[in-house]
Design a protein around this ligand. Structure first.
Ligand SMILES: Cc1ncc(COP(=O)(O)O)c(C=O)c1O
Length: 365
């Protein structure tokens, strides 16, 4: 049996005719920039996140850059984030002109509040709390720390659409939430797309201008900004695909529950904590025998990945411009132990059972 890591083609099959009709209607209307499809998707998205406002942008990286700029992050500021994330959690800070400061993570892959505290200086302007793997970070503690120091919290919820912490959506806990709708994400466009959420009306109004050159109306520009709008064709596709998000999240969670049950005696499994509703963008186990297990699975036709094999503080883009960072003990330890197993909703029960059977066989041998 073959178990590919992902199957994007299959994802579109169920909705293909509705998607194609929608695409045709956008093309017929000629409404390619913003318009009804984008507004409709923004409203739906805000509800999913329990946020008041959502603003569609071109991708998750722009979402982070715009979020940082909206709270005034720039030269001379420091922003704390995690080094085990995708590059954009950190590159967005550099792109906003500020200094990247890495805090360590815990077993659950999310920022350790104690490490955040240790990294705060009088230059710290914001924390980017990543909900890595689709698992919510400890938002109430992070907000409390930020509040004590007068700094902003931005959620990097790129991997966590639909996740909840204490029953409330990620993207509604910080000053802003940033999402990616990249084809590999749980809610996936047919290309690049992103969203920013906020509960703050002023920030919302600023974002509407900031995503479109700083225009305050057709002819006047209030401030220099980028062109980063959610494409209307992507919004139309997302308006169809979003209808399946809750069902697909439940499917991801059901697969994860089976994996937990089957693997918890052999490896560290990413089981939800008390206040967490994770959406399992990725299912990452931790084991000292990672490389051997990955090779074994490959031989058996099962694809797995490593998210991510090089932590951001070890990337040339960072090391060529910064002093070495040597105090991220957990982050450095996890890089060698993490393995991501397939967890997408289109996996058949037979494929899930086959993954379980093979992982068990590896550890039994
Ligand atoms: C945690 C995280 N942050 C930010 C991003 C950036 O999103 P995008 O690829 O849409 O720019 C991604 C996805 O790639 C991500 O996984």
């Amino acid at each position: 049996m073959k178990v590919p890591y992902i199957n994007l083609g299959l994802q579109y099959q169920k909705d293909k005719s509705e998607i194609l009709k929608k695409v045709e209607s956008v093309i017929d209307s000629g409404m390619f920039i913003l318009g009804d499809e984008v507004s409709q998707f923004e409203q739906t998205f805000a509800k999913i996140c329990d946020a008041k406002y959502a603003v569609g942008v071109a991708n998750g990286t722009d979402a982070l850059v715009l979020a940082l700029k909206s709270v005034g992050v720039g030269a001379g500021d420091e922003v704390i984030t995690a080094a085990n994330s995708y590059l954009a959690s950190a590159s967005s800070i550099a792109l906003a002109g500020a200094k990247i400061v890495f805090a360590d993570v815990r077993d659950d892959f999310n920022l350790d509040p104690e490490s955040i505290k240790a990294k705060i200086t009088d230059k710290t302007k914001a924390i980017i709390a990543v909900h890595l793997t689709g698992r919510p970070a400890e938002m109430d503690t992070i907000n409390e720390i930020a509040c004590q120091h007068g700094i902003y919290v931005i959620e990097d919820s790129a991997q966590a659409v639909g996740a909840k912490y204490k029953g409330k959506g990620t993207g509604s806990w910080g000053m802003l939430g940033c999402f990616s709708l990249h084809p590999l994400k749980n809610l996936a466009a047919a290309g690049d797309a992103g969203m920013v959420t906020t509960n703050d009306e002023k920030t919302y109004q600023w974002l509407l201008k900031a995503r479109t050159h700083g225009h305050k109306n057709r002819d006047e520009c209030e401030f220099w900004s980028m062109n980063s709008r959610l494409d209307a064709l992507q919004a139309a596709i997302l308006n169809v695909k979003v209808k399946r998000l809750a069902e697909q999240t439940e499917r991801r969670r059901a697969i994860a529950a089976k994996y937990h049950e089957a693997f918890r005696d052999f490896v560290t499994v990413p089981e939800d904590g008390e206040n967490e509703y994770s959406v399992f963008h990725t299912y990452i186990i931790q084991t000292d025998r990672r490389d051997e297990l990955q090779a074994f699975l490959k031989e058996k036709g099962i694809d797995s990945k490593i998210h991510y094999p090089i932590a951001i503080h070890q990337q040339e883009a960072f090391t060529s411009k910064n002093q070495p960072v040597t105090d991220l003990k957990k982050t450095d330890e996890q890089v060698k132990r993490i393995l991501t197993l397939p967890v997408y909703p289109e996996l058949t029960d037979e494929q899930v059972d086959y993954v379980i059977q093979q992982v068990k066989a590896f550890f039994a041998a």
